[in-house]
Write a protein that binds this ligand. Sequence first.
Ligand code: ADP
Length: 420
Amino acid sequence: MEVCLALGAKRHLQSGSKLKNGKVIAVDTASIVERYKTLQRYIGWQDADAQQVRAAQPVLLPHLEPVIADFYATIEQFPEALKVITGGPAQIERLKRTLHAWVRELLSGPYEQEYILRRWKVGFRHVEIGLDQLYADAALSRMRGRLVGLLEEHWTDSQVELRKTLTSLRKLLDLEFAIITSAYQSEYLAKLQRSERFAALGQVTGGIAHEMRNPLNVIKTSVYYLQNARQVTPEKSAEHLKRIGKQVEVADNVIAALSSFTKQPQPNTQMFSAAVCVGRAIEDASLPQSIQVELISPPDLPPAQGDEDQIRIVLANLIHNARDAMSQGGKLTVTLSQVDGQINFQVSDTGHGIPQEILHQVMEPFFTTKARGIGLGLAISRSIVERNRGLLTVSCPPGSGATFQLRLPAAAEASGNEKP
Ligand code: ADP
């Protein structure tokens, strides 16, 4: 068992342990000890087992040399295992001595904190040097087989005692197996957390890029026009500057939306006109000519209650998605109504629609079907709407475009329900 590789390394783990690739993983020594003790109890390890194993020392220790020689001879036959021993025969000689020490300690204990942490370090050293866990397990299994064989071969006491000793030794080696596995688990967990963090970072970064590309492209085009067009009339110049100003605002809103998603700010709840809010969102979206827009709003609609700026961000998201779904043109209809004391914003398009099988997923974070999408728009939108005490739902009958319903408390209703 490559345990000896680790003992040779004389590494110390305190609050953290460094891997070969420079990554440091936190090591909670108290929980390692606690876990080992829990496993001891689970498998029924007792003082009597420790005595039983200790009593086997005179039988095993005089015959260890061939076992250790076999151990390394086996490693040498398997390139995957051998590749972690980079110091050649001299290192193998050193490792043989440390394996000897490892077995002596295995048979003597005491099986307390220091022992446990030393054994864990041994397991972790294999992780550090990049030994595949399967080989660590296989090596321990081989060592187990050889120790059991030695006991059976050289045992002079009764068969009953032999059986008891074998049982105790197996328990001890099972614990050894568990501790090595736990060292590998610590690394796998740290690796998983690192890659999840990177994936999330990549997605968020991609998301920001996606959201910002649009306004920046418009700005770029206008700047190019202003710099390069011959004979720019004052009207054209004013028009492009206005467009730039508007897109800067759009970009600013995107950043505000993203930071509000991460910071989860409380909405600044006020009464506002749903029709005015929708009108602004439509205007900000600068939809192409190919998309016809209709806003239907009853004249007596009560004001909505919520954070108007946040709701406009949600509407902008819904409108952008509708535009993306109608790349060949179509119609966007926003219908406002009062339903059960709430203001309902219904946003419908005549685009390609959403297949039934993914309808339940579209508001999940990072769900996207767009080449450049990252799937944060609806997740952010839903989160914003819920923080505004509202509800965002989606429906899409087969063969037609998508319809999103955004419900918010109506002003009168909301004030009646105000929380203290
Ligand atoms: P993204 O726009 O980055 O993909 P969203 O969360 O805004 O992220 O949307 C998630 C997915 O929901 C989209 O990729 C698309 O598949 C689907 N979707 C959203 N709105 C519509 C719509 N109006 N029509 C068709 N599909 C839509």
